[in-house]
Design a protein around this ligand. Structure first.
Ligand code: BDR
Ligand code: CA
Length: 318
């Protein structure tokens, strides 16, 4: 099955890995790429995205700049783990590709309306662009087949003890998407963090004569340091790329439908995902105070070894 997708990215080391997978996988057709501030500043996101497209020798794909900050919160990047440019210590030639002269929201609107069949949106950063699209052009909702997003968590967070970065960065946008009524698939932090590459796998990639594999190895092997004590921190998971693995190989995961909501209140739980996995009704539903909570697909357990094999195979010959 061929998937026609619109990618929304905040490239970022693992968004770069996701772009590699999306461009190279034969079952994925990228109709447009929209950029959002998140892991790094918007100019870095665009520049990194275009450079990775060059590295992949990708065909022309429209790329547009989107939101420069979340709806309410100030922008707070993750440069401590993605590096100053967002690509760790990977340096690539500046691309001659030009972004579109229209805003990401308009590129998404046109791509969705121009597509004969409903598009899938793959959201790999904070969901600001998508929330703006849904609020500005609500008529496109019916033409979106599904939004599969990296965001949230059924267990722990990363940005805070309970909030995952993309949800924490712009909780209001995530809430707008969660309550949109569009079919949703959540690929959360708890799963993302479980699919890690090994030191020998990274070394093999870094030694490859295939430049795509070599860059992937350097993105995976970049050592960040804990700002509080300088300790080395490895972010050696395939990260956002795993979201695209769900798209092309859902049989490698357990996907369950659960009620999911997000904490918007100020305080230590802001941005937390509440995934309701209770087996029997609670007093909240018995007394009818639970409210309407959207039921969405949540990606659960994964066949990690097979997923890593899918990812590495897609990157091409060693
Ligand atoms: C998310 O934030 C970034 O670090 C990754 O690109 C991923 O989208 C994980 O919380
Ligand atoms: Ca991301």
């Amino acid at each position: 099955m061929r998937h026609r997708v619109l990618l929304d990215v905040d490239t970022g080391r693992d968004d770069a890995l996701a772009l590699m997978f999306a461009v190279l996988h034969p079952d994925i057709e990228i109709r447009a790429i929209t950029c959002v501030e998140g892991n790094t500043g918007l100019e870095n996101v665009v520049s990194n995205t275009l450079k990775i497209l060059d590295l992949l020798d990708a065909p022309p794909i429209p790329v547009a700049l989107g939101a420069r900050r979340p709806l309410i919160e100030p922008p707070r990047d993750a440069s401590w783990i993605h590096g100053v440019t967002g690509l760790g210590d990977v340096e690539l030639p500046v691309s001659a590709r030009e972004p579109e002269q229209i805003h990401a929201v308009e590129l998404m609107r046109r791509s969705i309306l121009d597509s004969g069949t409903p598009l899938t949106i793959v959201a790999l950063g904070p969901m600001t662009n998508i929330a703006l699209l849904l609020r500005t052009h609500p008529e496109v909702s019916d033409r979106i087949g599904r939004i599969i997003f990296m965001g949230g968590s059924a267990t722990i967070g990363n940005a805070t003890p309970v909030a995952e970065f993309n949800f924490w960065h712009d909780p209001e946008s995530a809430h707008i998407v969660l309550t949109s009524g569009i079919p949703l698939t959540m690929y959360g932090w708890d799963l993302l963090w479980s699919i890690k590459t090994s030191t020998p796998q990274i070394a093999e990639l870094q030694a490859s004569s295939n430049p795509i594999r070599e860059v992937a190895g350097r993105l995976l092997g970049f050592e960040a340091s804990d700002p509080s004590n300088g300790a080395k921190v490895l972010y050696n998971c395939i990260g956002d790329a795993g979201t695209l693995c769900v798209l092309v190989a859902p049989e490698l995961y357990d996907i369950v439908r659960w009620p999911v909501q997000l904490v918007l209140a100020a305080g230590p739980a802001r941005g937390q995902t509440l995934v309701d996995r209770r087996a029997i009704p609670g007093e909240d539903s018995v007394h009818d105070v639970a409210g309407d909570v959207p039921v969405i697909e949540v990606v659960g357990a994964a066949r990690n070894a097979q997923i890593l094999a899918l990812f590495f195979d897609t990157l091409g010959e060693a």
